[in-house]
Design a protein around this ligand. Structure first.
Ligand SMILES: Nc1ncnc2c1ncn2[C@@H]1O[C@H](COP(=O)(O)OP(=O)(O)OP(=O)(O)O)[C@@H](O)[C@H]1O
Length: 270
């Protein structure tokens, strides 16, 4: 469905991505992880066609990405960026309906467009505030409407930059479970995530970026190795197992015992 081969991208003489290769099959969910500044969002911009690599190839559905016309691209893939792009007084429903626009380039809107929009809002738990003004929604509510917009686009490939940003744990899990269900229905889902354990729980494959290069690409248990995470994130990790059998990792942060106030020390000692 999506293949990147030897991508290189530089801006102003600074190389942001180098030798990036990986594949995403239809029906798979791939999470891109890595420290701040590793190049995750930049990679998403390349994969969405927003910017072109200086060298290397990107193929979408077996065709060079560069050969797609904008409308063709909008019907194949939907992109959720981290930027809030809505500056008009739209309500949440209208924002989600924007996802239908590529389909309305060559025909009039019909009831199915509205059913699709409502379903997308319902899938992301946003239907009950669909009539609220988008700009008055909380960050988490806006995130769910933004996600509904890309789902309403009904693409074959989802490119999501931190879709769990601003979400509480319940909604984080719900959004990623939804992504997983969409993948199981045959969509391709590529999502940038910071939460290593959510990436480990929900992904078929993980791509670990470090300083603009691929540090690892594979199944969660292969990628989420403590030694590898320590090398990339610069602090020690331990790995245990989630009840599902998936890997579960924790950074071993050093806690200053002196920072615990005396009465808490006594309580902790009991
Ligand atoms: N247009 C640009 N010009 C110069 N440097 C850039 C440009 N775009 C991105 N960068 C730099 O490239 C690096 C990668 O940025 P990117 O946003 O892709 O990282 P990221 O992995 O998504 O980080 P985060 O986890 O903080 O969102 C960063 O050091 C960033 O400052």
């Amino acid at each position: 469905m999506l293949e990147a081969r030897s991508l290189r991208y530089a801006v102003g003489g600074k190389t942001l991505l180098e030798n990036i290769s990986f594949r995403l099959e239809a029906g798979q969910m791939l999470s891109v992880i890595g420290p701040n500044g590793a190049g995750k969002s930049t990679l998403l911009r390349l994969l969405s066609g927003e910017v072109k690599p200086d060298s290397g190839q990107i193929e979408l559905m077996g065709r060079p990405l560069a050969s797609y016309r904008p409308l063709e691209l909008a019907l194949e893939r939907a992109v959720l960026t981290q930027r809030r792009e809505i500056n008009f007084p739209f309500d949440a429903y209208e924002v989600a309906f924007l996802g239908r626009l590529p389909h309305l380039e060559r025909r009039a809107e019909n009831p199915q467009d509205h059913q699709t929009t409502e379903r997308a809002l319902s899938q992301t738990g946003a239907l009950h505030f669909a009539t609220r003004r988008y700009q008055t929604l909380s960050g988490g509510e806006q995130s769910r409407v933004d996600l509904a917009r890309v789902l309403a686009q009904e693409p074959r490939l989802l490119l999501l930059d931190e879709p769990t940003n601003h979400l509480d744990p319940k909604h984080q899990v719900e959004v990623l479970a939804l992504c997983r269900r969409l993948a199981q229905m045959g969509w391709g889902v590529l999502t940038v995530l910071h939460d290593l354990n959510l990436a480990g729980l929900f992904s078929d494959r993980i791509l670990l970026l470090h300083q603009g290069r691929v540090e690892a690409w594979g199944q969660p248990a292969e990628v989420l190795q403590p030694a590898r995470l320590q090398a990339v994130y610069g602090l020690p990790f331990i790995q245990t197992q989630h009840p599902s059998g998936r890997p579960w990792v924790m950074p071993l942060a050093e806690v200053e015992v002196d920072a615990v106030v005396p009465q808490d020390k006594e309580r902790l000692a009991c």
